[in-house]
Each structure stands twice: as structure tokens, then as C-alpha cells.
Design a binder for this molecule. Structure first.
Ligand code: PEP
Ligand code: MG
Length: 580
């Protein structure tokens, strides 16, 4: 038995067989085909080759413009791979001889090449392996029309072990087949961890040695609450965790009894308790857990795992259905926040040195009004069907906020001219997740109907701690006095200007911190659907003036650790059955 320590990313316990997932070794579907299907498979292959060629030529043009011809020529080798006749003939021959789907045959042929090249003494050929590998992935992606869905290949429930999981890979996981996941890298507010919470599966990230120490298919236990992974557990440990699983189920069952009760303190101070979603599939869970609407709909998952941009109609239908299903409760749609750890499949963007501080969110949207307007049109049109609100992510100052409003107003004008219905009075707010915005909330308040604090980013920027880097995760402290001061400043400025202030970062879903936020005057808590009952329990266990006194005292401590210990001791007193 071996116990590995990591970062608790999504609570709960799972016991199951390990499945080592590697993005590099994608599972390629293998499907027998009839003779009559061969021409269609050949056609798919030819089209994928043409599409790949266009993409590579596109990259070459861009590189030639931005960095000069020499850099662009590096990609000539990729084009040569595409034009290689013997590769093509082998694939077509294999297709006829083996009668299997073309991505499978193609992958087998290329892997044979790669193995042979790796063994050769010819340095030139050895150097070509990286080019071939790149072309292999591109062609496979084009053949399948999306990133390969290795998760879709699973036919029994497993615990996924991976070095890293991108948010788009996590989005493909299905709760039915993935009991839990464990990664070598990552932090607790990375989008991979957030997705695990949405799926309601336990997760431990930042284990560092998970893929090195966990054998394929061995039994493991994931304790997402403590951040532990137990490899080859002995029978007594398995029994202990089975009891723990039942205890968690019982606690959750009891919490669910609060479903229809309001989120109000013992003395009647009411707050809004809503849920965050990534995809509309989560709506049943939002309703089942008794959330009051949606405080953050992260629309970027629409843009991942595909090779084109989502159309206005596609987005409109989806937003409209979310608005209708939640009405009369409100749904806050956030305009797309691509970049950071959520990479856009169709764009093939060059890797940035500091993606979280780079071309993301509103910065990307303002630079690409063509993409932005399509989304704004879809959101506005959907606003005619329910109680929609909209917010812009990563606002760093007033100019950006005004520019976003200008584009929105332009789109409203267009819709009016076209005679398309929308709600002209839809509330528009700003996410406060950049320190410059936090420090100038008084200046922004006149141009926002509400603020929603994005602590996942705000903390990483305020403390200079990358939210997905496990090496420095110990510095990522929501209770750090610097963070508390920023929060107080945002809340006070918002309230002085007469607007409500919510929080949709993960901090709002931590019971001890929720106590503090309540006391600081937070008006809206938006958390992962499964955390809704938990936070409601905390709010309903305290009098408002007590929470205010706790918050005031918490502001006096000099370290985050002290604040945390102080809040935990109060939580234990107020809700003893929650604290372990
Ligand atoms: C945040 O930053 O707190 C937030 C809610 O947005 P995201 O996690 O999507 O960056
Ligand atoms: Mg954010």
C-alpha cells in the first residue's frame, strides 16, 4: 500500500481501477467497415489531408508575416510528410486489406514509420519524427472532427490517472465512466479541478508522481477531500473508505433536505445562492440542489473540442434553452473567456509565455469583434426568453469595460434594425478578477449593474501565484490578508455605488470562507451545484451580526493561516456536523 499526497481539488471518495490516460497516446477508435464503405473512408482520408495542408499553409503564412520566411520554412517538412506517396498508398492498401476505419489504419501505418525512424542511425530521418508526430495528430484531429475522445472509449468505470488533463479533455469525461481523477500537475482552482466539481467526481491534482507510481489497472482509492491517493490499499483500508463513502452519502442526503429553504441567516438576512455551470447538461443538477439560478455560465466550453467557431444560431438555441429552463430565476452568462488554461481549438494559437496574463477573455474578444459580436447577438436574442444577465470577464479598467459596452450597444442597434427581439434592459455586470479592477471598483461601478468577484484569478494575480502550478500551490491562500483587503474594498465600493456584489470564484464554495464572505456583506454566492446545500447550511447556521463580527475579527490577523484557523474554529462551533 502506498499513500500519495496531492492537492484536494474536488471532494468525495472513489474506489476503483486505475486507468492511465495519456494525451499523447490517444486511443483511436477501431471499427470494422463493410466493403461498400471503403470509398467513403478513402474520401474522408483525402479530405483530412487537404484540410491539414490548408492548416499548415495557414501557419506558414502567419509565421512568414510575423517571424520571417526562415521560420515558415520549418513547416516544409510537414508538407513533405503529407505528400508522401508511400504513406498514402500504405494507408489505402491497409484499408482494403483490413477493412477497418481509416483513422485506425492511418495511425498504425504512421506508428510503424515512427518506430523505424527512431531505430535508424540516419540523423536526418531521426529528426523527422517530431514533424511526423505533429502531422499524425493534426490528421487524426481532422479525421475525427474534434479532439480524440479517449474517454469515450472507456467501457467500465475507472479512476483516470494523467500527467495533465486539459479542461477540454476533462469536458469529455463522462461521469458514468470516470469515478475520479488524479493528475501529476495542476492547482485547486484550475479549470480541470473546477470541471471535476461540476461532474461531481472526486479529484486530487498536483500529485507530481502519480503517473510514475501508479500501475495500470491496479486498485486505488481517491480521497478528494484530504487530497490523498491510496495505491494498492489493504482490505482494512478499503473497508474504512467504504464506510466513509456511506457517511458522505448520508451527509449529502441530509444537506439536500435544505433544498427548498432560503439562503438566509438565523435572523433573516437573505443572500442569493446560485450555481456555476460549464455546460447546459448541468442544469438538472442546479435544480436538484436548489440553487437560485445561475451566477456564472462559463460559455467557453462551447468553443473547445471543435475545429470551427460556434455559430450564432447554435449559441442562441443553447442560451435560449438555458434561459427558459431556469426562468423566472436569473442566469448570468459570461462572455467567452478563452485563453489562460482554456485553449481554443480552431485558432491554433501560438503558446504564450504567460497565458493567464496574456491574450485571454475580454482582451481576446475586443481584438476579435467578429467572434465577440456573434456571441453577443446570440445572448441578446436569448434574453427575450427568460431572465438573462451578462457579464464581461477579466476587466482591468474602465476603458475596456466601456469598449465592451460600445460593442454591445452596436449589436443591440443591429438587432433592432433587423427586427429581432431581445430584452433591452438586460443587466450587464463586470467580473472583478484583476487587481487593477478591484482597486478601482468605485470608478467602474457607474458602468456596471453588478460586480461578480472571480477569486480564482484575483488571488493568482494578487499573490503572484499561478493557479495551476502545483509547486507553488501552498502560496495560493484565499484567506491571505491581501486578498481579504481587496475583497472588502470591492464590496464597500459596490455597495456605496448602490450595486450588488456577488462571487463566482471557488472561494465562495468553501464553508469556512463563506462565513467570512457573509460577514463582509457579499450579496450573492455562486458555487458549483453540489456545493449549494453545503453553503446554505453554513448561512442558515449563523446570525448576521455574528458573521459580521467574525469577519471584522478575521481582518485583524496578520497571516492567512491564522485567518483560516480562526474561521475553522467558528465553523466547527456553528455547524459541528460539517467539520470532520
Ligand atoms: C474566477 O476567476 O474566479 C472565475 C470564476 O473565472 P474562471 O475560473 O473561469 O477564470
Ligand atoms: Mg476568471
Amino acid at each position: 500500500m502506498l499513500v500519495l499526497k496531492g492537492i484536494p481539488a474536488s471532494s468525495g471518495v472513489a474506489i476503483g481501477k486505475a486507468f492511465l490516460f495519456s494525451s499523447e497516446e490517444l486511443l483511436i477508435p477501431r471499427r470494422p467497415i463493410a466493403e461498400a464503405e471503403i470509398p467513403a473512408e478513402v474520401m474522408r482520408f483525402e479530405e483530412a489531408l487537404i484540410q491539414t495542408r490548408h492548416q499548415i499553409l495557414g501557419i506558414q503564412h502567419r509565421l512568414a508575416d510575423e517571424m520571417g520566411q526562415e521560420h515558415a520554412e520549418i513547416f516544409n517538412a510537414h508538407l513533405l510528410v503529407l505528400e508522401d506517396q508511400s504513406l498514402r498508398e500504405e494507408v489505402l492498401g491497409g484499408l482494403k486489406a483490413q477493412r477497418l476505419n481509416v483513422e485506425y489504419i492511418f495511425n498504425e501505418v504512421v506508428r510503424r514509420y515512427l518506430r523505424a525512424f527512431a531505430r535508424t542511425n540516419d540523423e536526418y530521418l531521426r529528426d523527422r519524427t517530431a514533424d511526423i508526430e505533429d502531422v499524425r495528430k493534426r490528421i487524426l484531429r481532422n479525421l475525427t472532427g474534434r479532439h480524440l475522445d479517449a474517454m469515450g472509449q472507456l467501457d467500465e468505470p475507472v479512476v483516470v490517472i494523467a500527467h495533465a488533463l486539459s479542461p477540454s479533455e476533462t469536458a469529455l469525461m463522462h461521469k458514468r465512466h470516470v469515478l475520479a481523477f488524479v493528475t501529476d500537475v495542476g492547482g485547486r482552482t484550475g479549470h480541470t479541478a473546477i470541471m471535476a466539481k461540476s461532474l461531481g467526481i472526486p479529484a486530487v491534482v498536483g500529485v507530481e508522481v502519480a503517473t510514475a507510481r501508479i500501475e495500470k489497472e491496479g486498485l486505488i482509492i481517491v480521497d478528494g477531500t484530504r487530497g490523498e491517493v491510496i495505491v494498492d490499499p489493504d482490505p482494512a483500508t478499503i473497508r474504512r473508505y467504504e464506510v466513509e463513502q456511506r457517511r458522505i452519502q448520508e451527509v449529502n442526503r441530509q444537506l439536500l433536505q435544505l433544498k427548498d429553504l432560503p439562503a438566509e441567516t438565523l435572523d433573516g438576512h437573505r443572500v442569493t445562492l446560485s450555481a456555476n455551470i460549464e455546460v447546459p447538461d448541468e442544469i438538472p443538477s442546479v435544480i436538484a440542489h436548489g440553487a437560485e439560478g445561475i451566477g456564472l455560465y462559463r460559455t467557453e466550453f462551447f468553443y473547445l473540442n471543435r475545429t470551427d467557431f460556434p455559430s450564432e444560431e447554435e449559441q442562441f438555441q443553447s442560451y435560449k434553452s438555458v434561459a427558459e429552463r431556469l426562468a423566472p430565476q436569473s442566469v448570468i452568462i459570461r462572455t467567452v473567456d478563452l485563453g489562460g488554461d482554456k485553449f481554443l481549438s480552431p485558432l491554433d494559437l501560438p503558446t504564450e509565455m504567460n497565458p493567464f496574463m496574456g491574450w485571454r477573455a475580454i482582451r481576446f474578444c475586443l481584438a476579435r469583434p467578429d467572434v465577440f459580436r456573434v456571441q453577443l447577438r446570440a445572448i441578446l436574442r436569448a434574453s427575450a426568453y427568460g431572465n438573462l444577465k451578462l457579464m464581461f470577464p477579466m476587466i482591468s479598467g474602465l476603458e475596456e469595460l466601456r469598449r465592451a459596452h460600445e460593442i454591445l450597444e452596436g449589436v443591440k442597434g443591429e438587432l433592432t434594425r433587423e427586427g429581432l427581439a431581445f430584452s433591452p434592459a438586460m443587466d450587464v455586470g463586470a467580473m472583478i478578477e484583476v487587481p487593477s479592477a478591484a482597486l478601482t471598483c468605485d470608478l467602474l461601478a457607474g458602468d456596471a449593474k453588478f460586480f461578480s468577484i472571480g477569486t480564482n484569478d484575483l488571488i493568482q494575480y494578487a499573490l503572484a501565484v499561478d493557479r495551476v502550478n502545483e509547486k507553488i500551490a501552498y502560496l495560493y491562500e484565499p484567506a491571505h490578508p491581501a486578498v481579504l483587503r481587496l475583497l472588502k474594498q470591492i464590496l464597500d465600493a459596490g455597495h456605496q455605488a448602490g450595486i450588488w456584489v456577488g462571487m463566482c470564484g471557488e472561494m465562495a464554495g468553501e464553508p469556512a470562507l463563506a462565513l467570512l464572505l457573509l460577514g463582509l456583506g457579499l450579496d450573492e454566492f455562486s458555487v458549483s451545484p453540489i456545493q449549494v446545500p453545503l453553503i446554505k447550511k453554513v448561512i442558515r447556521a449563523v446570525e448576521y451580526h455574528t458573521a459580521q463580527a467574525i469577519a471584522q475579527q478575521a481582518m485583524q490577523f496578520r497571516t492567512g493561516k491564522e485567518v483560516e484557523a480562526f474561521l475553522l474554529s467558528h465553523l466547527r462551533q456553528l455547524v459541528p456536523d460539517l467539520a470532520e
